[in-house]
Design a protein around this ligand. Sequence first.
Ligand code: ASP
Length: 438
Amino acid sequence: MLKVAKFGGSSMADAEQYKKVRAIIESDDDRKVIVVSAAGKRYPDDHKLTDLLYLCHAHLTYGVSAGPVFDMVKDRYLSIRDTLGISLDLESDFEKLYQKMQKGISQDELVSRGEYFSAKLLAAYLGYEFIDSANWVRFNYDGTVDQTVSYQLLREMAAGKRAVIPGFYGTMEDGKIRLMDRGGSDITGAYVAAALNADIYENWTDVSGILMADPRIVKDAKTIARVTYSELRELSYIGAQVLHEATIFPVREKNIPVNIRNTNDPENPGTLIRDNFEGADPDDASLITGIAGKKGFITFSITRSGMASESGTLRKILMVFEKYNVPIHYILNGIDCATLVVRASSVENCRYLIQADLNRDVEPDHIHVSDNIAIIAIVGRKMASRSGSSGKIFQALGEQNINVRMISQGPEELNIMIGVKEKDFNITIDSLYHKFVG
Ligand code: ASP
């Protein structure tokens, strides 16, 4: 049995957190391969080391002394080392890094040192091997990771070993360090789990799993015990933030379950994510899995009588949006009307050009544009097998006098998506939650 465990920034923030991490790892012999983030915040106003390293590079770029910020990074790691009594010479590594900074260092290389030092320290603390991600995560020139080559390299380096691996970075073909997106250690963890065919990918953070709704909106939101990969994709696409969105792809390909756990509450089972839960879903579980949403959308409704019986109109509409490089999030179709939902930011500089092109190419009866639209998705694999979900939604919103601008149900019946005005965003989520969950 192999468990790959990834610990996020808050789990690596100071010596106390390192102790908790070690206790978690040592309590289960199967936790053999560990992936870590850079040290995160110890308290709300604290700084993440990744942010300090970005700042350090900005100082270098603008010719301001980077020394004080660099020392903050160095001191955090030295203090973890000294408090835990780890014997590891970090000083010479820091000295070399400082010299390199004076000569010129890329932003990606400097920022990657956050994860690098975290992993080196934890490896020494656990007595595990340190495997540098510079030696196995291979980026293509387009910024994607070459999974075949990377997996092969990691298998050669890590098979059968107990190891700690830094997240968030890898190298280009020419050996230069390259970072992933912010929050990318989650993705490294998923690559490690997939490469080594882990039985489970544990993602240890500072919350006990994914909540059914944003706790800033729904105060008493419950934790989701089980969620499928598809449901999570729907929820994170529309705004739920727990894992980096791209985390799911590598593990899903290999059908490896993901378990989100809390380093500060290790007994809590957290949230389990897998392909399906057939047979394991308790009958009384809530009809929905979660609710998430995003503001900042705009809709274009194009009406043209006879549209339903002619061909090619939708193509002409889509070509206009393609011409301006605007991704379309959703399309809703009426008999003689098509509504396209796009991010407001993506049409900032071209919304009137789009309208002009639509008028010319589609010759519509009219075009109606609505601003300040929020999209909310109600996600749940069980909605398909039970009736009444849409009824409940309309009832909840009717009771609150919320005007539903649009509603759509995906063919897989995994989600029902509604559009409301942004001002109704919070009340919509809150009332839907309480209608479905109680
Ligand atoms: N340290 C990086 C960040 O703050 C990557 C990570 O923690 O996943 O974004």
